[in-house]
Design a protein around this ligand. Sequence first.
Ligand code: WT7
Length: 652
Amino acid sequence: MTHITSILQEIRSFPPPTAFQSQAHIKSVEEYEALWEHAKAHPDLFWAEQAASVLTWDRPWQETLLNKGMESQWFVGGQLNASVNCLDRHLDTQGDKVALIAEGEPGEVRELTYRQLHREVCKVANALQSLGIQKGDVVSIYMPMVPELVIAVLACARLGVMHSVVFAGFSAEALRNRNEDAKAKLLITADGLYRRGAIVPLKETVDQSLRGVSSVKNVLVYRRTGAPIAMEPGRDLWWHDLVPSQSEVCVPVSVESEHPLFLLYTSGSTGKPKGIVHTTAGYLLGTALTHRYIFDLKPTDRYWCTADVGWITGHSYVIYGPLCNGTTVVLYEGAPNFPDWGRFWKIIEKHGVTQFYTAPTAIRSLMQQGDAWPAQYDLSSLRLLGTVGEPINPKAWLWFHEKIGKTRCPIVDTWWQTETGAIMIAPLPGAISTKPGCATRPFFGIVPDIVDRQGHSLGDNEGGLLVIRQPWPSMLRTIHGDHERFLDQYCKVIPGEVYFTGDGARRDSDGDYWILGRVDDVLNVAGHRLSTMEIESALVSHPSVAEAAVVGKPDEVRGEAICCFVTLKGDAIPGEELLKELKIHVVDQIGALARPEEIRFVQALPKTRSGKIMRRLLRDLAAGRQITGDVSTLEDLATLDTIRAASAEDDM
Ligand code: WT7
C-alpha cells in the first residue's frame, strides 16, 4: 500500500478562542512557525536550550546529539535523576502544592503534596533497596490507578531501576510473558482493584502468572481492597509491613542521560510483544516540554488525563511530563460509568479540572449516553480538552467541543506512539486552528513527512506512509533484547534515514496532518494497539483450532472490533459452546481488552499461492463489504465463496 485514498474530507476549521489565545504560551501561527523552523534547522541548538531550561542536571552534558541516523544518543556525558526532576526540585518552591488528587472508584479522595509524594517515594525506594534491587535491575508493576502506583514508578526511577508497568487488565499469561522477557526481579502489585463496583482479584492473577519458573524473586503487595488473598511465605511481602518503617531519606542515584528509564510492552505486527526502551534525559525532556506547550500549562491548573499508567499515555502524561512541570494531577481509579455515566463530569466539577485529556473511544461511549449526563454538572473550570489513541471522528469531536468544552475550549488531538515517548503532532492551542479529526502540526523539533514505499515525499493531500525525518530526544532507543528488530521495524522499512511510524497519513494544503490509521496488521481497539498475530496465536493454542486469522471491523464506539476467522481440527464441533469457549480462551491468554467481538468458523482461509493469508479480503468480509480489488493471487477462489456462505448464515 503506497497511496492511501483518504475519503474523509473535513473542511470545518476552528481558530483558537480569543480568550484562550491571549493568555497562551504560543499566541500565533507565526510564532509557532518561527520556532518550528528554528528547531528544524538547528536541532542541536534548540534541544540544548530546552534541556538546560526544562531539566535539572547533576552534571552537564558534553555532546547534545550523537547520531548514527535513527540510532541517536542525546545529552551524552550528562547525568540526572528522573525522580529528582519530578519531585525534589519542586520542594523548595512548591513543596506544599498538591501533586496528586486521587479519587478511588468507591469515591474516597486522597491528596498528596509534592513533599508527601517525595517522602513516600523515598521510603519505597529504600524498601526496594532492602530487597536487593539496584541500578540495572527491572521491576515489574501490576497495579490499580492509585497513588502507590505512581510512587512505585518514581521509586524505581530514583534508584536507576527500570520499571515495566503492565496494565492491570492483562491476563496472567500476558503478565508472565512480559515478566519473562524483562527478567523482572521484583513484582509490585496489589491485593485487588475496584472496577464497576466489584473487586478484581489482581493478586490471584499474579500468583497464576508466577507458577513455574520465574525470574521474579519477590512480590510486594499493596493492600487496596482488604479482600483475603494468599501470600507465599518467603516470596510475598506486604507493602504495609515493609514500607512504613523505612527512612524518609533516600539519596537518588544519578544516572547517565542515556540510562534506560523504563520498558513498556506494546504490540507489533509480528511475533511477541515488544519491550520498548526509553531513556532518562531525552524522554523527560520530550514529555515535560510537550506537556507544557500542548496543554498550555499554568501553575494553578488541575490537570486530568484519564489514561491508565499501564499505557504510554499514563507514563508520559499522568506521571513524568506533568510532575516534571510541577502540575496538580487528578488520578481516578475506576470505570467511567460507575456508579453512573455522570462520573467523569462529576470528577471535573468536584476537582475543578482545567484540562481533560481522554480517548476518542471514551468520548464516543459518553456521547452515546446522551447530553443529560454532562448537563447535570458544572464544567466551567475546563479550559482545554485533549484526545489521544486513534483518529477521532468529526461527530464525536463536535460533541466534545460543544457539550463538554461549550465551544470555549480548544481541543488538542495528539498523535504519537509508545515508541515516540511524547506527543509528535498536535495543535498548539493558542496558535493553530483545529479541524475535527485532524492532529494538525508537528511539535517543535519534529519533522514528519508523507512518503511512498520507496521513501519519496508525496504531495499535498496524497495519502501515504507517515515517517519522521530527524531523530528527537524522546524516541525509543531499542526493543528490549532485540536491537535487530528495532532496526528492522522502524529504521529499515523505508529507504533513507527515516523513522517509520506504521501509520498512514496525508498532509493538506494548510500543512496539517491527518492520520489515516495503521497500515500493518495491528488493530486499534478502543485506542489500544493489539497485534492480530497475538490474538491468532492465542486462538491456535486452543486444542480445537487449526488455523486462525484475525482482522478488525469498524465499530462505532471502539473504533475497531476484533473479528476472527477460525478453521477447526477434524473432530471439533463448531457451535455456540465452542464459540464461547474460544472467547474465554483469548481473554485468558491476553486479557479482557482482546475479547473477540465475533468468531466465524470457516472451512479454509483465503491464502495467496505463497501461503499468506489475504487479510484484505477478510477485512471486507468482516465489515460486510463487497470484496474489492485484486483476487488473482488467491490460491483457491472457492474458499472465498464458502466463507461468504458461512458469513451469510451468521447474519441470519
Ligand atoms: C498508535 C499508537 C500514543 C498514545 C496512545 C496509543 C494511533 C494515537 C492518535 C491520534 C490518530 C492515533 C496511531 C499510532 N494514534 N494517537 N491522535 N490520531 N491515531 O499508543 O498503543 O503506541 O499506539 O495509535 O495509529 O500509531 P500506542
